[in-house]
Each structure stands twice: as structure tokens, then as C-alpha cells.
Design a protein around this ligand. Structure first.
Ligand code: F6R
Length: 610
């Protein structure tokens, strides 16, 4: 996820680009760049770091030009370097491009262009676009060259493009990555979101997939990839700037909960191929090594530790590798027993959690191989580990982790497929079923999000109760823990998660008519019937029962006060779908109680102290 902004105006655009990027920094902040066009020449300033840091060195505001584009980066292809920062240019330095998205066929296109003599300077997929347009510009005008080029590109993009020889025109295009057009007074804009330009105009055109916009300071024209002009509706936006930054949601947490279908789709993107899982070269662990691993130890904290517990279930159940999950803070002080056949996996959204870094360093002392599952490119944990699998959740701003958690589960599931296939613990049909199961998850998540009204009704019952209990079994026991943690963090209501059957060994004494009990009870062949029994036990003691169940379940709604349904899926994947109602429940309860949902008391997004 990156942010892009572009302006064509009758005045200097430096401040508008700068402020636009400052508002877009939530989308990515590993590097930043701008391109101004003056006297048919590009002035490109770019560097590694956050906008303010790079600005201190390059002084973006000391630049002039009445047309420009800017970009803040969240790396996907190519490391965090100045060379890989946007904008990218063609061989002749006459075309400048900023991009958000992933060009899936970039390596084929790059090979073709190299054969034709194009020289590449970065490792990004984006640079291909500049050279492809350059190539097509030989026989076409600029609009046509962009259109012909985009017809050859597969993947997602939001683009801002400048041509040194057409200094009045700014071109934008979108496919599966957001791009809006802002219409101002003698100036026009493109941007990744509305808030970044809302101080300058509230007249907005929403581009659809496969649309190109050509802007001058006084005109706009939208065409399709077939070249036909499209008449677009101009919308007037009435959001306050703050509401707009959150995409119209009340809080970042809610926005991020709703981003999960896209986040999971991005996490799967390009990794499921030919009935197998392929990670990028950063994965760094050979098939030979993975076949020989005898044991896995997962280290993590908080929500990431819960993801580790789900991973343990998947890795043992399907790949048949003995797995242990350790609190990173405990692991480092315990003289762990590790040998060369043990793989240590660190899970961390931020990649900067002090305890997880220390645990990883401790593990490395034993000479074991280490793998990071992480959301932030180039973070400390990714640099220390032998290999990395990135969750591609995009920046998570809300302190309570939501989309980072479910993308961690998706990555652990992909890793399980890879290991199961390599170690032949599952047959081809089982692998195919696992792959088709996860492919359906983004769409199924959308239907879980649509249950929000029902979840809001559950929140009514919880918000005036001081305690609550979450119960689940098997792969959904960690989801009970995570549900309880979400509620504690954002609402400050005391909540506990237990394996459903363990409740009889003590916690059942807490159950009375004032105790809401939330069962995570999707249908499965292992424990479903036992969970029904556990529900009866709670009911017999007057507890208030709520449940997540599989669509079509007739039994649970008879026993529960309210039931949230999730679509049918494989048992292991029910953990991803069942997480979302619990996130929404915690959010609604906290909101009802007037809590500071995005910044709960005493919590920090990244815990960089031990
Ligand atoms: C809870 C939450 C925390 C983090 C924990 C580890 O919602 O976000 O429990 O999971 O602080 O952080 P990372 O994953 O960045 O290592």
C-alpha cells in the first residue's frame, strides 16, 4: 500500500503536494518522493524515511513547478532504498511515474523491454511502466501511449504520470488500487484518497477500474482502456477532514476491520501458483532445509502470540511438525533447548517489538535458522531473521491489531500448505482443497462484515457488564483468547478466554445471569458436539450465551441469545472468519462506552521497551 498525489495548477504546487503526502503517510512511510516539472525538465527529489525526515534533507517546499506528482511508499517489490523510491523515469528522463499496486507480469515485461535496449535503475515493478510507455510513445501521442501500455499490464495500479514534453497534462489511471480525481478552481488533482486533497476541493470523481484520467488545470477527461470517453459523475463531499482521513469510518480500527478482505487478498497475491505456495526470494529457506525441520518454535507477543497458537494447530495438524509457541518475553530468559533441526519463527506486526527482537537474538545464539512473519518491510525483526514472509496488511494505525492478525493467520496457513506439500503429509486433493478454501476467504470475509447489525445488537448486552468469557476449542481456542484481548484493550471490560471444556475446571464458578459468554463454535468434525454440551453447561447456570456459528446451523440459535453466522469453510480457516465478529463486537462495545478506540489508555502501537 502506497500513497500518491498529483496536482496541475496555475500556481506553484509544492505545498499542495507536500500536504497531500502528509495526509497519505498512513499508507506507507518507508520512503517518499516528488517530481516537479519546470521548463520541460523534471526536478525529482526522493529519499528513504518518513516525509519529515526526507524533507529536512531535501526541502520539498523549496521547489517550483505548476505541475507535480508525489508518492509515499510501502515497499512490495524491491528493498527500501533511494533508487527504489518513486517517482521512476524512463531511459530518456521524459516520463515520470508514481504507482500504488503490484504489476504481476512485470518480470516478463521487463525482460522484453531489456531486449529492446531499455535500461533499468531500480528493482521495482513500477519502473516497467515508465519504460513501457516510452516504448509505446514512438508511434503514439501520450494518451494513446498510456492506454496501449496499460492494456499490456496485469495487476493492480493507481498511477500518476507526467510527460516532460507535455507540461500542461497530468495523467492518472486506476485498476484495483484506489485513485480519485479532485476538481478545483484553475487546478485539478489526483490522489489515493479524498482527505489528502479535501482542503483544496470537495468536488470529487471516483475513478473505476481500468479508467484513465487526463487533467489540465482547466479540464478533465476520463477514458476507458478501450479508448472511449466516459462521462463521470462529479460528487460533492461533505465530510470533515478528520472523518475523511478514516475513509468515512468513525475510527481507524473500524476502517482496518473493513480492510480485511483486501488485506487478505493482497497477502495471497501471486503466492498461490500451480497448486502450490511460492513465497518471494526474502523467504530465504530452501526446500531441502524445510524437509528436514524436526521442530518449530514460535516466539511472539500479544495478538501475534495468539496467531502463533493458531499456527501451532495448523502446523501440527496438517504438516505434522511438532510446534511450540512461546511468549517472546519469557523465552529469552529460559535457556531454551534448540538444535539445528529447530526452526524459530518470530511473528510481529511492527517488527520492532523489543521482547520479540530479544527472543530472536537469543535463538540465533544457538545457531538455528529463523523466519520472520512481519508486516513492516525493512523492520528490525526482518533484518535479523534468515528469512521473511510479509503479511501485506498495509499500515495499521489503530492500536488494537485487527487486519495484521488475520493476515498473520493467512501467512501461517500458506506456510502450512508449503510444508505439508514438501513433506507429503497431505495428498494433492487435500492441498487443492486448502488452496481453494483460502481463495474464497476475502469474499467470505465481506459477508461476515455484513453481519455488523447483528453484532451491534450483541454489544447492547455486553456493554453494561463488568466481565465476560470467551470459549472456543481446537483452532478456535486462540480466537477466544484474541476476542477477550480485543475487548479488554478497547473497552476496559474484564474478559477471559478459555478452551471451552476447560471451563468446568474452575471458571464455571463465575457463571451467573450477569455473565455474557461468547462461544466460537463453527461446525467441525472434531469438537462441535462437545461444544454444544459446553453451551448447555453454561445455560444451566443462567449464563447469557452468544455464539459464532456456521451458516445453516440449526442447533446453536436454539441455545444462544444471539448467533453470528460465518460462511462454511475448512476448519482451520474458520479461525480467520470467526475473528472478525469478535473485533466488531469489541469495537461497538468500546464505542458505546465512549472509549478512545484508536488509542486505548496505557497502550502503544509498538512496544519498543522490554
Ligand atoms: C493487541 C496488540 C498487541 C501486539 C503486541 C505485539 O491488539 O496489537 O498485543 O500484538 O504488542 O506487537 P507486534 O505484533 O508488533 O510485535
Amino acid at each position: 500500500m502506497c500513497g500518491i498525489v498529483g496536482v496541475v495548477s496555475s500556481q506553484n504546487v509544492n505545498e499542495k503536494l507536500f500536504k497531500g503526502l502528509a495526509n497519505l503517510e498512513y499508507r506507507g512511510y518507508d520512503s517518499v518522493g516528488m517530481c516537479f516539472l519546470t521548463n520541460n525538465k523534471f526536478n525529482i527529489k526522493k529519499g528513504v524515511g518518513k516525509l519529515e525526515e526526507v524533507h529536512k534533507k531535501l526541502d520539498f517546499l523549496n521547489s517550483s513547478g505548476s505541475i507535480g506528482i508525489g508518492h509515499c511508499r510501502w515497499s512490495t517489490h524491491g528493498g527500501v532504498t533511494k533508487k527504489n523510491a518513486h517517482p521512476h523515469v524512463d531511459c530518456g528522463n521524459r516520463i515520470s511515474v508514481v504507482h500504488n499496486g503490484i504489476i504481476e507480469n512485470y518480470s516478463e515485461l521487463k525482460d522484453e523491454l531489456i531486449k529492446k535496449g531499455h535500461k533499468f535503475y531500480s528493482q521495482t515493478d513500477t519502473e516497467v511502466i515508465a519504460h513501457l510507455i516510452e516504448d509505446n510513445l514512438r508511434n503514439n501521442g501520450i494518451e494513446e501511449a498510456v492506454r496501449v501500455s496499460l492494456n499490456k499490464i496485469e495487476g493492480s495500479y493507481a498511477l500518476g504520470i507526467l510527460f516532460a514534453d507535455e507540461p500542461d497534462k497530468l495523467i492518472g489511471a486506476r485498476n484495483e488500487s484506489p485513485l480519485i480525481v479532485g476538481l478545483g478552481d484553475k487546478e485539478n488533482f489526483i490522489a489515493s484518497d479524498v482527505p489528502s486533497i479535501l482542503s483544496y476541493t470537495n468536488k470529487i470523481i471516483y475513478l473505476e477500474d481500468k479508467e484513465i484520467v487526463v487533467l489540465t488545470k482547466n479540464s478533465h477527461k476520463v477514458i476507458g482502456l478501450d479508448g472511449k470517453e466516459i462521462i463521470k459523475k462529479i460528487n460533492t463531499i461533505n465530510w470533515s477532514a478528520e472523518a475523511a482521513e478514516k475513509g468515512g469510518y468513525g475510527h481507524f480500527m473500524m476502517k482496518e476491520i473493513h480492510e480485511q478482505p483486501v488485506a487478505i487478498a493482497n497477502t495471497l497475491n501471486e503466492r498461490l501458483r500451480n497448486g502450490n505456495v511460492q513465497f518471494e526470494k526474502e523467504f530465504g529457506l530452501s526446500d531441502d532445509y524445510l524437509r528436514k525441520v524436526k521442530r518449530i518454535v514460535i516466539v511472539a507477543c500479544g495478538t501475534s502470540w495468539h496467531a502463533g497458537l493458531v499456527g501451532e494447530f495448523m502446523l501440527e495438524e496438517l504438516a505434522r511438525i511438532p510446534t511450540e509457541v512461546e511468549y517472546a518475553s519469557e523465552f529469552r530468559y529460559r535457556h531454551p533447548i534448540l538444535d539445528k533441526d529447530t526452526l524459530v519463527i518470530a511473528i510481529s506486526q511492527s517488527g520492532e517489538t523489543a521482547d520479540t527482537i530479544s527472543a530472536l537474538k537469543e535463538a540465533k545464539k544457538y545457531g538455528v535458522k529463523t523466519l520472520a512473519i512481519c508486516n513492516v518491510m525493512g523492520s528490525s525483526i526482518t533484518r535479523i531473521s534468515d528469512g521473511v514472509i510479509y503479511t501485506r496488511a498495509g499500515p495499521e494505525i489503530g492500536v488494537a491489531s485487527t487486519k495484521a492478525f488475520t493476515t498473520q493467520l493467512a501467512v501461517l496457513y500458506l506456510l502450512t500448505i508449503k510444508l505439508s506439500k514438501l513433506r507429503k503429509t497431505l495428498n494433492e486433493k487435500q492441498i487443492r482443497d486448502m488452496i481453494s478454501g483460502i481463495r474464497k476467504i476475502p469474499l467470505q470475509l465481506q459477508s461476515v462484515l455484513d453481519e455488523d447489525t447483528e453484532i451491534l445488537k450483541c454489544a447492547e448486552f455486553f456493554s453494561n457488564k463488568p466481565n465476560s468469557i470467551y470459549l472456543g476449542r481446537g483452532v478456535n481456542f486462540p480466537i477466544a483468547l484474541e476476542g477477550a484481548l480485543k475487548l479488554k484493550e478497547v473497552s476496559y471490560i474484564h474478559a477471559e478466554g478459555y478452551p471451552a471444556a476447560e471451563m468446568k475446571h474452575g471458571p464455571i464458578a463465575l457463571i451467573d445471569k450477569n455473565m455474557p459468554v461468547f462461544f466460537i463454535a463453527p461446525h467441525d468434525i472434531f469438537t462441535y458436539k462437545k461444544v454444544l454440551g459446553n453451551i448447555e453447561e453454561v445455560k444451566a447456570r443462567g449464563g447469557m450465551i452468544f455464539a459464532v456459528a456456521t451458516e445453516g446451523d440449526k442447533e446453536i440459535p436454539k441455545k444462544a441469545k444471539r448467533t453470528i453466522f460465518i460462511p462454511k469453510t475448512l476448519y482451520t480457516l474458520s479461525s480467520i472468519l470467526a475473528s472478525v465478529p469478535l473485533q466488531l463486537l469489541a469495537y461497538h462495545i468500546a464505542e458505546k462506552l465512549g472509549r478512545d478506540v484508536d488509542r486505548p489508555r496505557s497502550l502503544a502501537k509498538t512496544v519498543t521497551v522490554e
